[in-house]
Every structure is written in structure tokens, then in C-alpha cells.
Design a protein around this ligand. Structure first.
Ligand SMILES: NC(=O)c1ccc[n+]([C@@H]2O[C@H](COP(=O)([O-])OP(=O)(O)OC[C@H]3O[C@@H](n4cnc5c(N)ncnc54)[C@H](OP(=O)(O)O)[C@@H]3O)[C@@H](O)[C@H]2O)c1
Ligand SMILES: *[C@@H]1O[C@H](CO)[C@@H](O)[C@H](O)[C@H]1NC(C)=O
Length: 320
């Protein structure tokens, strides 16, 4: 095919996409008022910001995190003596720390706000979160799956066990929560919002296990979306394709290597909520940094791979 066509067709696609999206229903914050929403992984980062946006819009929010990690961080800054003293009031301390996000949500005007802590390595916990929504909110309108387990940002180290563990946290728990939440979501005509990444659409270096889990999400949820359409299940599935975002963990891991400035997590969080509320198929944020490379992906994969590598500052191993 001619080179001209290779350029023209993506360009036409862009124009069409623009017309298509601008003709759609507009987002209004009132859309979330009184809605019952679960946000997983909301102790920090994009999840935390989503919880605050939802609170401002008057939603009922149920947030999750492990919280132990946060506790350990705090403990690390304290003297051993304080830690020993605090160990006696472990339960209360935990409640205090984890309630920071919840408290802020209440201040911002959430219909209600609550937190359930536990690890998404455990599918029974994933199920419990959904059951809590049923018991305490009487149903569910939006399930925002956002948490990610810790991984490393460097060459694949060959650790198969780590890939398995990350698949449990980043993928299987999403599946488990979806299965548990489906009856409630069917009843409410609700939405599933899955937070993924460019690394879940394109091969990036240094995130091999993470990337595998994000590609798995695309396969599962894109396939499930098709079945919902065939079966007339009125539950929307929104897959969110994010570029580099300025959360603490991402900046700490990648800022020295990625030749790209991160986009703001607050705006990112809002775009995800908008996309979910509008029942969009996919969300692209930042739009140009995700949509344009994805248009290239299927037409000029080698070129895209090359361009991706140009955005990494790496010390190359000596030639063999
Ligand atoms: N930041 C980026 O550049 C970027 C780019 C593309 C996509 N994304 C996606 O955006 C989403 C949010 O990313 P982020 O940067 O905001 O992440 P983050 O700041 O690292 O937050 C991750 C959240 O997940 C929770 N979590 C971690 N391990 C967990 C476990 N085993 N069980 C339950 N919860 C766990 C963490 O809380 P605890 O540690 O307290 O459990 C935290 O609330 C992720 O899906 C990520 O893949 C981010
Ligand atoms: C599907 O659910 C949405 C949101 O709850 C609602 O606006 C829409 O009318 C529903 N569609 C059908 C066909 O029931």
C-alpha cells in the first residue's frame, strides 16, 4: 500500500473519531449524584483522585486498599519506641490512617464514604468488597477497577512466580469482582470501568509482567463487552488507556528513564469518570499521547516500536 495512504487513513480516522465523539452526549457532574460506586486502589494516586471527584459529585463511594503498605511507611519514619507503643493500638491506628481518604470524601460532599481494606491477591477479599456494597449501599452503579500490585521497572528478571502474583492482583481480582458485581450492575444498568495503560496495548520495555496483566484485561473485557451486546446486557464496559501519569509510584519508578513528562493525575481521574458515566468503549488520556500511537500501531508497528524506544533513556549493555 502506498505511503500516502498509510498517512491519509489514520488522519481520516482521527477526523471521524473527532466528529463521532463531539456528537455524543455531554458529561454533567450530576450524572454521578447519588450513584453507588466502588473504587479499588484508592489510598493514593489516580484512585484517590477519582474518589475525591466522585465525592464532589455527590456519589456514594466505597474505596479499597491494603493500607498495610501505608502503615509501614508511617512506621518507618517513627522511632522504635513509638512503634511499640502504637502496636497496642494497631486497630485504631489503622482505622485512623485509612480513614484519611474517606474523611476527605465526606468533607467534599460524598453521599456516603467507606473503606474496606484487604489485599486483592485474595479473591475472597475481592468478592467481599462487592458483598459490602450490596449490604451497605443496597446495590451498585459503577465498578471502577483501578488497583495495581507492585512490580519492578527494569528488564524482565525471569521470575515466573512474580508474573503469577501480578496476574492475580491486576487481572484475576478484576475478573472476580466483575463476576460478583454483575447481578447488581445488571439491575442498575450500571458500568464497569477498567483502568489500563498504553502498556496494555503496545509492548513497552521494562514492564514485562505489568504489561502482560494489562493485555489480559483488554482480552477479557473487550470479549465480555461483545457478549453483553449480543445478550442485551445493559452494562457498559470502559477500558481506560492511560499514558504516563504523575502519581508518586509511577514517577518514582520511571521519571529517570522515560523521556516524557507525566500528565496530572487529577485531570486523568476526571476523564476516567467522564468516560465511565458516558458509557464510552475506551478512554484515551492523554488523548494525543495514546490515540495517535494506537493509530500507528496497526499500520506501522515497527515504526511505533522504534518511536517508543526513542522515549527511553537506557544504558545499553555492551555488544556481545
Ligand atoms: N501512573 C501511571 O503512570 C499510570 C500509567 C498507565 C496506567 N496506570 C494505571 O492507573 C491505575 C492507578 O495507578 P497509580 O499510578 O495511581 O497507582 P498507585 O499510586 O501505585 O496506587 C495503586 C493503588 O493500588 C493499591 N494496591 C496495591 N497493591 C494492592 C494489593 N495487593 N491489593 C489491593 N490494593 C493494592 C494501592 O494501595 P495499597 O498499597 O495501600 O494497597 C494503591 O491504592 C493502575 O491500574 C495503573 O496501572 C497508571
Ligand atoms: C441502559 O442503562 C442506562 C443507564 O442506566 C440507561 O440510561 C438506558 O436507558 C438503559 N438502556 C436500556 C436499553 O435499558
Amino acid at each position: 500500500m502506498g505511503r500516502l495512504q498509510k498517512i491519509l487513513i489514520p488522519f481520516l480516522g482521527l477526523v471521524l473519531a473527532f466528529c463521532f465523539y463531539s456528537a455524543r452526549e455531554n458529561f454533567k457532574p450530576e450524572m454521578l449524584k447519588g450513584k453507588r460506586v466502588i473504587v479499588t486502589g484508592a489510598s493514593t494516586g489516580i484512585g484517590e483522585q477519582m474518589a475525591y471527584h466522585l465525592a464532589r459529585m455527590g456519589a456514594h463511594v466505597l474505596v479499597t486498599a491494603r493500607t498495610e503498605a501505608k502503615l509501614q511507611k508511617v512506621n518507618g519514619k517513627l522511632s522504635t519506641h513509638t512503634c511499640m507503643l502504637m502496636a497496642c493500638t494497631h486497630k485504631r491506628r489503622k482505622a485512623n490512617l485509612t480513614s484519611q481518604v474517606v474523611e476527605r470524601c465526606r468533607e467534599l460532599g460524598a453521599g456516603s464514604a467507606r473503606l474496606i481494606s484487604g489485599s486483592m491477591e485474595d479473591m475472597a477479599f475481592a468478592k467481599r468488597v462487592v458483598e459490602a456494597a450490596e449490604a451497605e449501599l443496597g446495590g451498585l452503579d459503577m465498578l471502577i477497577l483501578n488497583h495495581v500490585g507492585k512490580s519492578y521497572f527494569s528488564y524482565f528478571d525471569g521470575n515466573v512466580r512474580h508474573v503469577q502474583k501480578l496476574l492475580d492482583i491486576n487481572f484475576l481480582s478484576y475478573v472476580a469482582m466483575t463476576v460478583s458485581a454483575l447481578p447488581m450492575l445488571k439491575q442498575s444498568g450500571g458500568s464497569i470501568v477498567v483502568v489500563s495503560s498504553m502498556a496494555g496495548k503496545v509492548g513497552f520495555p521494562f514492564t514485562v509482567p505489568y504489561s502482560a496483566t494489562k493485555f489480559a484485561l483488554d482480552g477479557f473485557f473487550s470479549s465480555l463487552r461483545q457478549e453483553f451486546r449480543i445478550q442485551n446486557v445493559n452494562v457498559s464496559i470502559t477500558l481506560c488507556i492511560l499514558s504516563f501519569i504523575d502519581t508518586e509510584s509511577a514517577v518514582r519508578a520511571a521519571a529517570d528513564v522515560l523521556l516524557m513528562s507525566p500528565a496530572p493525575k487529577e485531570e486523568c481521574a476526571l476523564e476516567i469518570i467522564k468516560g465511565g458515566a458516558l458509557r464510552q468503549r475506551e478512554v484515551y488520556y492523554k488523548y494525543a499521547l495514546t490515540k495517535i500511537p494506537l493509530l500507528l500501531r496497526d499500520w506501522a508497528a515497527e515504526l511505533l516500536d522504534y518511536l517508543v524506544r526513542q522515549h527511553y533513556q537506557v544504558e545499553r549493555p555492551p555488544a556481545a
